[in-house]
Design a binder for this molecule. Sequence first.
Ligand code: NAD
Length: 500
Amino acid sequence: MSELLKRSHEDWVRAAKNSTPEGRMFVDGDYRPALSGETFESRTPRDGSVIAEVARGSAADVDSAVRVARSSFEDGRWRSLAPRARKQIMLRWAELVREHTEELALLETLDVGKPIAESVRVDVSSAAFCLQWYAEALDKIYDEVAPSGEGTLVTITREPLGVVGAVVPWNYPLIIASWKLAPALAAGNSVVLKPAEQSSLSALLLARLAIEAGVPAGVFNVVPGLGVEAGQALGRHPDVDKIAFTGSGDVGKLFLQYAGESNGKQVQLEAGGKSPQLVLADSSNLPAAAEAIAWGICYNAGQTCNAGSRLLADRAVKDELLSRVLDVTARFVVGDPLDPTTTMGPIVDQRQLDTVLTYIDLGREDGADLIGGRRLNPDSGGYFVEPAVLDKIANTSRVAQEEIFGPVLSVLEFDGVEEGLAMANQTVYGLAASVWTKDLATAHRVAGKLRAGTVWVNTFDATDVFAPFGGFKASGSGRDKSLHAMDEYSALKTTWIDFS
Ligand code: NAD
């Protein structure tokens, strides 16, 4: 990895020119075109050019992948392997992902515009580590014996659910796919993955590496395609046992509807957020808070479900804090994501860029003071925008309430802890929040009252695979990551034996 981090912009541009990404779907251990032969274009947000033709999976392709996955589940070629054998295969897979860091990072950067240094350092390595972590865990989980008394033995065992459909977004394609695949496969399920249409390429390579590592054919399949076609077909398929979804709340609700209208499959939703960063008057380390707040909204160009998009600052510290935040946002280098010095790449596509720019205009119309937020380098064909700060916005404004999914920070003021806490919780979302204070008792009390799946105290976006991740309220249900995610992909079976 360290050698890759020494590469120049020219090296990466050359590698991109030589890259010929695989766009066919991956079913039953091999690549194949869509049954219709149709494809769609995958464009890079760095300049809008086409980088691959991707198979446009239809309901028929989804059906074929689900049948293959079902038969791999029923014959036990994966779930009946000894846990230690599955572990070794998944460990090998994690290693292969690391060995293919260059290719995977390049695909991730070309597809969605992540700065290449982050694709190398964060995305590929986190996905590999996630596979490794669940591999290491899977042969260390014991089942239970219930306290049923003499004459009976009552065991409570975990069993895989069957066929899992994973539907994922474009903002962290490899990482979020691995959060689903790794625990689902570790628990013994077979999987059909539907990547987002903006970001199919890394998943298609990941599938080939699974086969190379020894995952039996048919156990892990990837059907790229459009949401309304392949995504819907997976959601409605009568032989899928569970949908593990990450994406927008509106599409998440559609999956609940698909399940209700088909076989009542389980649906786990990881949806959006509008996460507050609550800075109290006694925060002693404003420079650290400012750094975290700026990174919390600019990392991945703000296209992060838990982006800290609402800064709530006590009036006593707000001016100093905001001026420090602006110092940090001004240091972001917006540009070609293949340049290792870039710290903020483009927005993923034209549609999302238009959304971001529309929200910035709306914030100004709602009376906010706008700092930054201009579109940059339009002549490049890429979708670049500079960080935008909307100061003095009302908590009721749409920009302070709706998920924007771009580098747009809404800034709100409050007087005292109680007002700040109430404002922080005034949102339909509940994915994440942070509180900055030097008082331990206040930190505990406020963390307990913030309605969010993750609360950070004096930090932001600290994360690891051992900690569960998911939301309260409209941000979703269920949890990715940690051992709890294994339960999301397992059913409990009670076996009651009477030997009295
Ligand atoms: P999206 O909801 O548009 O798409 C997500 C997935 O659903 C894609 O694979 C897409 O093809 C599919 N899809 C779209 N329309 C569909 C339909 N009608 N039927 C079936 N499938 C359909 O979301 P996105 O734009 O790809 O990603 C951004 C969203 O994801 C944001 O709201 C963000 O907050 C959320 N997100 C949440 C988390 C989390 O863990 N909570 C993490 C990352 C992203």
